[in-house]
Structure formats: structure tokens, C-alpha cells
Design a protein around this ligand. Structure first.
Ligand code: GDP
Ligand code: ZN
Length: 459
């Protein structure tokens, strides 16, 4: 694909701030900048070393628009691998807007969402997994999530995929050569080698795929619902959790009203507490979710926290909620542990795994640490905690890995049945293609558009 137009956008977030940055990328960047920028020193932009900040003014004809610092980054040593100009002007709404408009009047087009990053990909500076990591770094809700995204940005996953595809290529080369041989013993040797390579690949693909279960949670958050009948302490628990660990609040423009997502950082895991805006506004949407809707919650949530008042006999309502519990994603909190306890753990253990029951006092703020540990162990199953392994966080990558995994299983079946090499070759070609979805090698143009549509303009 050949890119010849020049794009520009405001790179900083809208609103008041110290600095606003406008970015230009493409072959006309420099000439446009030369037209609208005058340095205080009187020197030209190209008199300075590339990637040097130059002090000066943006001018529209004779009119000074703003006092700025400008940098020219000559391609390919720039974000997009094209010629890039970055202008640091005063923050706020007007300066950035005026400068952008001036630039756009010079045969430069407003960039689409993520178009700078898309160009970095199309120009071969980064692969698709790295490009996608850019948005993950920006949207990371916790330190841990940011660390993993950062590792993807620096190419950890890209390199892993490259390595796996190289192995597939080796097998394909071997198959091509072997297709010309027909002697029995040569065939046997080849089948033995094939099965060894295939099994090795399968286990590597499998472990990448397995990492996605926790990885996806890091990226997208763990959708969490708190359920329980009225007065058991849900609001108290929520306030306590939010008060201590509130990470990020994002607003999603909805059709009827804005839904607010509240992210809580539990040991690096972004817990996405569902619909807390409702809780704040009406005191207690949790109550409504409480009983009648708990079944739905169990279906849609990644984690369900059932709260029971341990100081009162289990009621029919409590039991109905407990009956819906699903092992693996339910934690039962026996609350009000500061009062005399009437409910025993044994009673609750009829419904859920004993490990999932934790005694707390939301009032006295006791027992929360155990809740955190429990959530951590539910999400991270060992492998992801040490930073050495590659973690897949993106569901698109996960899907591609599953396809690759199925293809390798087909290949192994074929080898076991001693099918002709050309059959097996097809499976290996598929594996190569599916892995290529991840680094963008075999990805379709319209999918690229979908991916970059999630970016902000200016990135
Ligand atoms: P919700 O209706 O489930 O949201 O319950 P609330 O959080 O509104 O709590 C109901 C009542 O129980 C309030 O008076 C709380 O102060 C009290 N409460 C909540 N947690 C505890 C606890 O751990 N111990 C005691 N003693 N009271 C609690
Ligand atoms: Zn409440």
C-alpha cells in the first residue's frame, strides 16, 4: 500500500492543559511547517538537527498565532516512519484548534482515529500486535496491565509470533522437499520429524492461548457484580472497595444515558464494577440487581460476589441466590463478622467451594485482604504472575491462536494417519496464516479499519 497524503491532528487530550501538541505526518510535513513557522533564532528548521526542539512562532501570514516549540523528525526515524512535525503550543482549546486549522488549509488532511499508528504499521516500523499495544498502553487501568501492554509494544508478542512462524516455515520447507521422495524409509523419518515439530508447536501455541484467559482480564477488566438481599452490607462493601482502590472512571456515551464504568485496582487486576453510577444515584441499584436479577448477573459477569449477613439466619432469599452460584467465579462473603455469628461456613459450603467463602466485616474493614488474595488467585493461575512469560491480552489474538491450535491438531491427526504430505502441508499453511493474523501479515484491510477505529484521533 502506498501512502502519499499528509495528515495532521491534535495529539493531546481536549481541554485545558499546559501544553497542546499538534502532529503532522507525511511527505508535506516539512514544507507545511516551513510555511507557517518562524524560529526566533532566524534559522530554518533544517538548519537544526532532526528531533531538536526549536523555539519560535506559528504565523498565519503576518499574524502571530502562538508561541511554540517545534520538532522535525525525519522519516524513517519517527513514530510513523514518515516525516513528522510536532508542534508544542499552549494548551487549551483555541491555540491548538487555530494551528490545526491553519495546517489543514495547506493541503493536509485531518487524520483518522489511530492513523498515525496505522501508518507506523503499514510502513513496517511495528507489527500489528505492537500497534494494538499502543492503545492498550493508553487505556491500561492498572500498573500491571500497563506493564504487559508495554511489553507488547516493545515487541515481546511480535517476536514470539515471528519465532513460531519461522518454525512453521521450516516444516513447510521440509515438506516441500520431501514431497519429491517416495521411498518408504525416508517417509518414516519425515513423519517422525513432523510429529515432533508439530507437537512442539502445539504446546507453544497452547500456552500462549492459555495465557489469554488472565491476559484478557488485565486488558478489559474483570466484570464484577455484587449481589445479595437488602441490608447485608453490599453498599458498605462497595464503598470500602471503591474508597481504597478506585482506579479509573470512564464514561461511555450510551444511547439513553451515560454509563459510568468504575475500575477498581485489586492487585493489578482491573475490576470493572458494573453500573455503579446507578448505585450512586438511586442509593441502591445493587438491591435491584440483588435478588431477581442475580441469575442474569451470574451469566454475564466474570466475577460474582455474594454477600450474606452472617449475623442472621440464612433466609430463603439468601438460599435462592446461593443456588445460582457457579464455582470458579463466585466468592461468598459472610459479612458482619464483628457481630455474633449465626451462619456457619459449613452451611454455605453446601452451595460453593469452601475456598470461596470469606468472613469479613465491611463496617470494621476486616477481611478485605483475603478477598483481594482470592480474586488474584482466581485470575492469575501462576504463569502470568512472573513477568517472564508472554501474555496474550487481546481477544482477537486469542481467536487467532485458537484457529492456529485447531489447525495444528488437524496436522497432527494427518501425520498420525500418515496422510500424503500435501494434505499436511495445507494444515501448516493454515497455521502460518492464522499466526499472521496476530502480527498483521495476513490480515484484511477492513479488519485494520475496525482495529484502528478504537484509537483516539492523534494517536
Ligand atoms: P445493603 O443494603 O446490602 O447495601 O447493605 P448496607 O451496606 O446498606 O448495610 C446495611 C446496614 O448494615 C447498615 O446499617 C450498615 O452499617 C450495616 N453493616 C454493613 N456491614 C456491616 C458489618 O460488617 N458489620 C456490622 N455490624 N454492620 C454492618
Ligand atoms: Zn445498599
Amino acid at each position: 500500500m502506498f501512502i502519499d497524503d499528509t495528515i495532521a491532528a491534535i495529539a493531546t487530550a481536549p481541554g485545558e492543559g499546559g501544553i497542546g501538541i499538534i502532529r503532522i505526518s507525511g511527505s508535506k510535513s516539512l514544507s507545511v511547517a516551513e510555511e507557517i513557522f518562524k524560529s526566533v533564532s532566524g534559522k530554518n528548521i533544517t538548519d537544526y538537527n532532526t528531533r531538536t526542539l526549536i523555539y519560535g512562532h506559528i504565523l498565519d501570514g503576518d499574524k502571530k498565532i502562538d508561541e511554540v516549540l517545534l520538532a522535525f523528525m525525519k522519516g524513517p526515524n519517527s513514530y510513523t516512519a514518515e516525516d513528522v512535525i510536532e508542534i508544542n503550543c499552549h494548551g487549551g482549546f483555541i491555540s491548538v484548534k487555530k494551528i490545526l486549522e491553519l495546517i489543514l488549509s495547506k493541503d493536509v488532511r485531518l487524520a483518522d482515529e489511530g492513523e498515525f499508528t496505522k501508518r507506523a504499521f503499514l510502513n513496517g516500523r511495528i507489527d500489528l500486535s505492537q500497534a494494538e499495544a499502543v492503545i492498550d498502553v493508553i487505556k491500561a487501568k492498572t500498573d500491571k496491565a500497563q506493564e504487559v501492554a508495554q511489553s507488547h509494544l516493545s515487541g515481546v508478542l511480535a517476536n514470539k509470533i515471528k519465532e513460531l512462524r519461522f518454525k512453521v516455515t521450516e516444516v513447510l520447507a521440509h515438506l516441500t522437499v520431501s514431497i519429491d521422495f517416495s521411498e518408504e524409509d525416508v517417509e518414516e523419518i519425515t513423519y517422525a520429524m513432523l510429529i515432533e515439530s508439530a507437537q512442539g508447536l502445539r504446546s507453544e501455541i497452547k500456552s500462549l492461548y492459555d495465557s489469554a484467559e488472565s491476559g484478557k482480564v488485565l486488558r478489559d477488566g474483570l466484570k464484577t457484580v455484587i449481589v445479595g438481599k437488602p441490608n447485608v452490607g453490599k453498599s458498605s462493601l462497595l464503598n470500602y472497595i471503591l474508597g481504597e482502590n478506585r482506579a479509573i472512571v470512564t464514561e461511555i456515551a450510551g444511547t439513553t444515558r451515560d454509563v459510568i464504568e468504575e475500575f477498581v485496582n485489586i492487585k493489578g487486576i482491573p475490576l470493572k464494577i458494573v453500573d455503579t453510577a446507578g448505585i450512586r444515584e438511586t442509593e441502591d441499584i445493587v438491591e435491584k440487581i440483588g435478588v431477581e436479577k442475580s441469575r442474569e448477573s451470574f451469566n454475564s459477569a466474570d466475577l460474582v460476589i455474594i454477600v450474606i449477613d452472617g449475623s442472621k439466619e440464612l433466609s430463603q432469599e439468601d438460599k435462592e441466590i446461593l443456588e445460582q452460584a457457579v464455582d470458579k467465579k463466585t466468592i461468598v462473603l459472610l459479612n458482619k463478622n464483628d457481630l455474633d455469628q449465626v451462619v456457619s461456613e459449613e452451611e454455605i459450603a453446601k452451595y460453593v467451594d469452601k475456598d470461596s467463602i470469606i468472613k469479613i466485616s465491611a463496617l470494621k474493614n476486616e477481611g478485605i485482604e483475603q478477598v483481594h488474595n482470592k480474586i488474584e488467585s482466581m485470575v492469575f493461575k501462576g504463569d502470568i504472575r512472573n513477568n517472564s512469560s508472554v501474555v496474550v491480552t487481546n481477544s482477537r489474538h486469542k481467536d487467532a491462536l485458537l484457529k492456529a491450535y485447531n489447525a495444528i491438531n488437524d496436522a497432527i491427526d494427518g501425520i498420525d494417519q500418515r496422510l500424503p504430505y500435501d494434505f499436511i502441508e495445507v494444515d501448516f499453511k493454515n497455521i502460518w496464516d492464522y499466526l499472521g493474523y496476530i502480527n498483521g501479515d495476513t490480515v484484511q484491510e477492513d479488519l485494520l479499519d475496525t482495529i484502528f477505529a478504537n484509537f483516539c484521533i492523534g494517536k
